[in-house]
Write a protein that binds this ligand. Structure first.
Ligand code: GLC
Length: 412
């Protein structure tokens, strides 16, 4: 009875990934200081001398990745992906191939190393995001996304820039990242666009470099070469994501709490706890993973809004994670305002609306052996309708949980 989908094979090992379902994305870098989006250097075409100030004064004195790891774990997250380098080019690790790194700022620490150790100690898997764009590297040609794009002497600045040297730099850094920090579970490249894609990144070689060191590692698709995971962003898929040939793929939705990935002081479009839980549920109901982003402050801690959001999700996950871990899209089709997740013969009915008295589930009449609320294992009555619907009798008062889940034990 367990749903068994034919999913496109992956070069890396995604077996743990599709079990774990829920991870933490962490966008952290110098852009936490301007605190107005990680693209600030692009948006404001910030002059280099100005951006250098952030480097000069970067000092996250309250950085304690053990706290981040605990917050992730308590939210029910099972893995994390940290920006080892974002588009600004600043490296959070002690790379031999650049001076533009955390160890050369007042902070003086290899932030990646501490992150890896802390998350591993909490039993979470660790991944690295690595930006393909680099707005600091002297060999990275200035293009239409570059902060220097409108400089009068753009042509002059661009002279002699050699993207091949930059591609080698990326291979060298990926080699460091995958050699110096033990087993790394995910490598998350970002991203290809009109002017630059797999040829410019020398993506084939870049991926081969990574796989030679860590063959099982999970790699995303944003180099423009399909690998292990497809990565829709800031949307809510309505069905399982497919490749261009229509095959189901392993996929992961990445999503922010608000409109920015990096710490944004003034950003006010924060999603409600209820919406965050729904996102997680919706994602798993379509056979995917959710990578939910935090943008720590420049002092190194997660601000109260992020902590509150994580705690709210954790409160729901504490009692309902059985409907998430190891679950996937159901073989049955849910009616409006309901999402299904399924694992073996357990079908989880997530109620996005709470109707008066009855909810009707098509095609399930006669198929259910027992029903209960998941959060407290309290019995739920049901009946079979002649048209094949299962009628669930809901208590008048909605249980006090962000999204009520009914656990149906299907007959064998
Ligand atoms: C986009 C943005 C970037 C962010 C990423 C996360 O590609 O460029 O800032 O890191 O999405 O998916």
């Amino acid at each position: 009875m367990s749903p068994d989908y034919k999913v496109r094979k992956t070069p890396g090992d995604t077996s743990w990934f599709t079990q774990d379902r829920f991870g933490m994305f962490i966008h952290w870098g110098l852009y936490a200081m301007p605190a107005r989006h990680e693209w600030v250097k692009n948006h404001e075409k910030t002059p280099e001398e100005k951006y250098d100030k952030y480097f000069k004064y970067f000092n996250p004195d309250l950085y304690d990745p053990k706290e981040w790891a605990r917050a992730a774990k308590n939210a029910g997250m099972k893995y994390a992906v940290l920006t080892s380098k974002h588009h600004e080019g600043f490296c959070l690790f002690d790379s031999k191939f650049t001076d533009y790194k955390s160890t050369n700022t007042p902070c003086g620490r290899d932030l990646v190393k501490e992150y890896v150790e802390a998350f591993r100690a909490e039993g979470l898997r660790v991944g690295f995001y690595y930006s393909l764009l680099d707005w600091h590297h002297p060999e990275f040609p200035i293009d239409s996304l570059h902060p220097r794009r409108d400089d009068e002497n753009r042509e002059e600045q661009n002279k002699g820039r050699d993207i091949k040297k930059y591609a080698q730099y990326m291979r060298d850094q990926v080699t460091e990242l995958l050699t110096n920090y033990g087993k790394i579970d995910i490598l998350w490249f970002d991203f290809s666009y009109g002017e630059k894609g797999k040829d410019e990144w020398e993506a084939e070689k870049l991926i081969a470099t990574a796989r030679a060191i860590q063959p099982d590692i999970i790699i995303d698709n944003r180099t423009q070469i399909e690998q292990d995971i497809w990565t829709p962003e800031q949307v809510q898929p309505r069905e399982w994501v497919r490749d261009d040939n229509g095959n189901l793929v392993v996929w992961e939705l990445c999503q922010t709490f608000s409109g920015s990935w990096g710490y944004h002081r003034e950003e006010s479009t924060w999603l409600s706890p209820e919406m965050l839980v729904r996102m997680l549920v919706n994602t798993v109901s379509c056979g995917g993973n959710l990578l939910l982003n935090v943008g720590p402050t420049a002092r190194g801690y997660l601000d109260s809004r992020a902590v509150a959001a994580l705690e709210a999700i954790g409160g729901w996950m504490r009692y309902n994670s059985r409907a998430i871990y190891g679950c996937t899209q159901s073989e049955f089709k849910a009616p409006p305002d309901v999402r299904y997740t399924q694992k073996g013969n357990r079908l989880y009915v997530h109620l996005f609306a709470y109707p008066f008295r009855y909810v009707y589930l098509p095609g399930l009449a006669g198929k259910v052996d027992y029903a209960q609320f998941l959060h407290d294992a309290s019995e739920v009555f049901y009946g079979n309708e002649e048209n094949g619907e299962l009628r669930i009798d809901l208590p008048r008062v909605m249980p006090c949980t962000l999204v009520p889940v009914i656990e149906l034990f299907l007959k064998d």
